[in-house]
Write a protein that binds this ligand. Structure first.
Ligand SMILES: Nc1nc2c(ncn2[C@@H]2O[C@H](COP(=O)(O)OP(=O)(O)O)[C@@H](O)[C@H]2O)c(=O)[nH]1
Ligand SMILES: [Mg+2]
Ligand SMILES: [Zn+2]
Length: 355
């Protein structure tokens, strides 16, 4: 354990300190969650890192999505030299979440209080701009700025073309081509790291997120999953999210690759990630135009005139359908829950009546 740790370097803003005041008066400590392992947590506090658990009331009385997540600011009670109990989660400024698999649609928080999403994409055969669109939609829905990192430039033969493809879906997000392994072109990425800022790396497994984190930290902190060559089975790789303070201030959050990213986003996130389509849609004759059959459709005419890339429209359409499907699921669940509630009330009333 360190003797002291300056929480402002990892983003304890005035707003956070203000929200914490009421807890401070009760003798609690301010902390930031760096790791979550089911019901065990690690925190950065003014006294350095400590282990923590959450009080029952926090877990039983709140929704799962309100439980402490990586990046959360919390109020914690020290209960030993190196241990604390989390009493409350301070309001989140931004939240990255996805849909958790299961019989019920559940919001699973990936990370909280992120300032910037670094969307990492490999320039090898895995290169896929559709995935960039997906992560951008998620970032927008969470109110987080994004920057796009095209990694493995050392193995790319048509860098210019790839960069153009990425730029077309990037919107206002900057696009940087680098080689994390060879430490080529990483200066612009380094410049994004600022004291007080929290940056999350997003991207599929194998794109080089952990390699980049090690470069940015200047130490081999994260285990890199070496691509199987001849001998062994796959090596140990990132299996959990972790918030890592940077020596120069600021923090990184490395995430294990998500095989499939289920969007937890609304139409707003989509419209920001596909701004050119949203602008066109506003010019359609009908306000609820589906851009499929209606007359006076600005989206279709732009596509016919070659002003809108067909693949962009395809991605938009797919993501829109996905969001609509999930919205319906959520409605169905809400209706079912309502029905169940009334059933219980009626049953209770009948019992009461008999008495
Ligand atoms: N050719 C090349 N390979 C890289 C580069 N960066 C990472 N890799 C390799 O890609 C594989 C996956 O890297 P890793 O950092 O574990 O990816 P992660 O799953 O996104 O964290 C490893 O074999 C790395 O050595 C790069 O810039 N160029
Ligand atoms: Mg990794
Ligand atoms: Zn239209």
């Amino acid at each position: 354990m360190q003797d002291s740790f300056d929480l402002t370097t990892i983003g304890a803003t005035d707003a956070i300190l203000e929200a914490f005041e009421a807890y401070e008066a009760r003798g609690l400590w301010l902390g930031r969650v760096s790791v979550v392992h089911s019901d065990r947590y690690r925190l950065y506090t003014a006294r350095g890192e400590m282990a923590a658990k959450a009080i029952g009331a926090l877990l039983y009385r709140t929704e799962r999505s309100d439980w402490p997540a990586v990046g959360d600011w919390v109020a914690a009670q020290p209960v030993g030299p190196n241990e604390a109990m989390i009493h409350a989660v301070l309001p989140r400024r931004t939240v990255f979440s996805r849909r958790a698999a299961g019989d019920r649609e559940q919001q699973q928080v990936i990370a909280a209080n992120i300032d910037l999403a670094l969307i990492v994409c490999g320039l090898d055969q895995e290169f896929n701009v559709r995935r960039i669109e997906r992560y951008r939609t998620l970032a927008h829905a969470s109110g987080v700025d994004a920057a796009i990192v095209l990694n493995k430039s050392d193995v790319c033969v048509d860098l210019g073309a790839r960069r153009d493809e990425a730029a077309r879906v990037a919107g206002s997000a900057p696009v940087m081509a680098i080689s994390a392994r060879a430490a080529l072109g990483i200066e612009p990425v380094l410049r994004l790291l600022q004291p007080g800022l929290t940056i999350a790396l997003l991207g599929s497994s194998g794109v080089g997120k952990s390699t980049l984190v090690n470069q940015l930290l200047g130490v081999e902190r994260q285990l890199v999953h070496e691509v199987r060559e001849s001998d062994s089975r796959g090596r140990h790789t990132t299996t959990y999210r972790e918030l890592l303070p940077l020596p120069q201030g600021g923090a990184l959050i490395d995430t294990p690759g998500m095989r499939e990213l289920q969007l937890w986003a609304g139409q707003d996130g989509l419209d920001s990630a596909f701004a050119e389509i949203a602008t066109l849609a506003a010019q359609c004759r009908f306000r609820d135009c589906s851009h499929v059959v209606e007359a006076g459709c600005a989206v279709r005419s732009a596509m016919e005139a070659g002003e809108l890339v067909a693949s962009r429209w395809e991605s938009y359409r797919k993501l829109r359908a996905e969001i609509a499907w999930h919205a319906r699921q959520t409605d169905v669940q809400a209706a079912l829950a309502q029905k169940k509630k009334w059933k219980a009330i009626h049953k209770a009333m009948r019992v009461d009546h008999k008495r």
